[in-house]
Design a binder for this molecule. Structure first.
Ligand code: HEM
Length: 441
């Protein structure tokens, strides 16, 4: 009989604030798939329970079998949507869709990321990395800063502003919105106001007039519902209208002009949902992935020196950082029918959660899986998922990491930890809230 209280660490967000329980998960890995009850905890509402898939091959099997394992039935988060209305809301995002709706949006999206658009984005990414490191060095004469707030947080915002063709100063809106969503699990992020109303665009001012206000108990509406993000939706709506009227050469203008197989275009509502998804998926993942990669280098100073000496290792080093850290720790599916997965008999309607954190350390796939090795050449990590929902932004995420770590290792001769690391309270995103560093040029 399994002691289910000993498995609470898997879904208790408070545990992750101390550090992700990698060793405890790996101790369970030989079982490949386990059933986990979901108890009510101070920071978890409880739930139906779920199958946790710990094995690399079985995670791949679930993610590929999208007919049997649905992204849409109950969404893709470990936590169930709180109401039928909230479920309906998340089902509007391609992340939480099944074919054919998903296929249509994905095709449209991919057609907008043309070779020319990607080339332009890559050039902009290189320029952002150089400017961010310049600012870091010039702005902190002491040679110390917080890698998260002073550097990492801005990189994905700049890149998203390029993708959307936004006025650069409006990028902090996406920072504040992503924080509102994450603040749902970690109160440190719940209120964020980095956006400067005065320097923002006219559409930003119009959108922010709809910013949600706390109720009489000081409670804001759930940011995972449409009512929790009226300002984001207003902004996205106004942006779509502006881009339809005066298209730019950015990816989102291309997306709005793209035509699907039936000769139809993306609706404004579809664009608004895409805007939400990108603002969170393309933002928070890197705000965590970049510091995760940095922490790996801080813990392995020889790798830092090796990377400085051999910049050609950058691609394999970044891949290894993504495996080692695993910025998104899991995703959820719901079984449509009975399915035998390994030795587990999964019933229709069961929640199935794939653990990228465990799969990325599977010794059956990765030699010396618990070693950080920037020369690792065979590295089929699952950090960007697998199958039909494989991350659309993977190439851009890798480009951002390569540009930033390339610039840092070129410019700084050494770097070390200068204080305590603070982790995010989340069982979904493996986040770092603060990473104090000290460097020498
Ligand atoms: C290190 C950074 C990133 C990580 C670790 C990451 C991880 C993931 C994962 C695991 C999935 C699969 C979800 C599933 O199977 O249900 C996914 C999907 C997605 N990602 Fe990323 N992501 C990153 C960066 C980005 C960026 C930069 C963008 C946009 C610019 C982006 C946009 C998306 C979108 C739109 C999807 C949904 C794809 C679909 O449903 O077909 N991601 N991401």
């Amino acid at each position: 009989m399994v002691d289910q209280s000993a498995l609470e660490f898997i879904y208790d967000p408070a545990v992750y604030e101390r550090a992700a329980p990698v060793d405890a998960l790996l101790a369970l890995q030989p079982q490949r798939v386990i059933w986990v009850d979901e108890h009510t905890l101070p920071s978890w509402p409880g739930g139906s329970g779920f199958w946790l898939v710990l094995d690399h091959a079985l995670c791949g099997e679930v993610l590929k079998a999208s007919k049997q394992f649905s992204s849409s039935l109950k969404g893709t988060q470990l936590r169930d949507p709180a109401s039928a209305e909230d479920l309906h809301y998340v089902q509007q995002m391609m992340l939480n869709m099944d074919p054919p709706d998903h296929t249509r949006l994905r095709r449209l999206m991919i057609s907008a990321f043309t070779g020319r658009a990607i080339k332009a984005l890559n050039q902009q990414i290189e320029a952002h990395a150089a400017e961010l490191v310049d600012n870091m060095i010039a702005g902190h004469r002491s040679g110390e800063c917080d890698f998260v707030s002073d550097l990492a947080a801005d990189m994905p915002l700049r890149c998203l502003a390029d993708i959307f063709g936004l006025p650069s100063q409006d990028r902090y809106l996406m920072y504040d919105w992503a924080n509102r969503v994450i603040g749902y699990q970690d109160p440190d992020y719940a209120s964020s106001s980095r956006h400067d109303l005065a320097s923002g665009s006219a559409i930003a001012r119009q959108a922010l007039a709809l910013q949600p206000q706390p109720d009489s108990n000081g409670q804001l509406p759930d940011p995972r519902s449409r009512a929790g993000m009226p300002d984001l939706y207003r902004y996205a709506h106004l942006l779509a209208e502006q881009k339809r009227h005066t298209p730019g050469d950015d990816v989102m203008s291309l997306l709005l002009a793209a035509i699907d197989d039936d000769g139809a275009q993306l609706t404004n509502e579809e664009f608004e949902n895409m805007f939400w998804l990108f603002s969170v998926a393309g933002n928070e993942t890197l705000r965590n992935g970049l510091p995760g990669g940095m922490l790996a280098l801080l813990q392995h100073p020889n790798s830092w020196q090796q990377l400085r000496a051999e910049p050609a290792l950058l691609p394999s080093a970044v891949n290894e950082m993504l495996r080692w850290w695993t910025p998104v720790m899991n995703f959820r599916r719901t079984a449509r029918d009975h399915y035998r997965l390994g030795d587990a008999e999964i019933r229709a309607g069961d929640k199935v959660v794939v653990s990228f954190l465990a799969a990325n350390r599977d010794p059956a796939v990765f030699a010396a899986a618990n070693q950080f090795d920037i020369t690792r050449s065979d590295n089929p990590h699952l950090s960007f998922g697998y199958g039909p929902h494989y991350c659309i932004g993977a190439q851009l995420a890798v480009a951002q990491m390569q540009a930033l770590f390339g610039e840092l290792t070129r410019r700084l001769s050494s770097v070390e930890l200068a204080g305590d690391v603070r982790y995010l309270r989340s069982n979904f995103q493996r986040g770092i809230k603060s990473l104090p560093i000290r460097w020498r040029c």
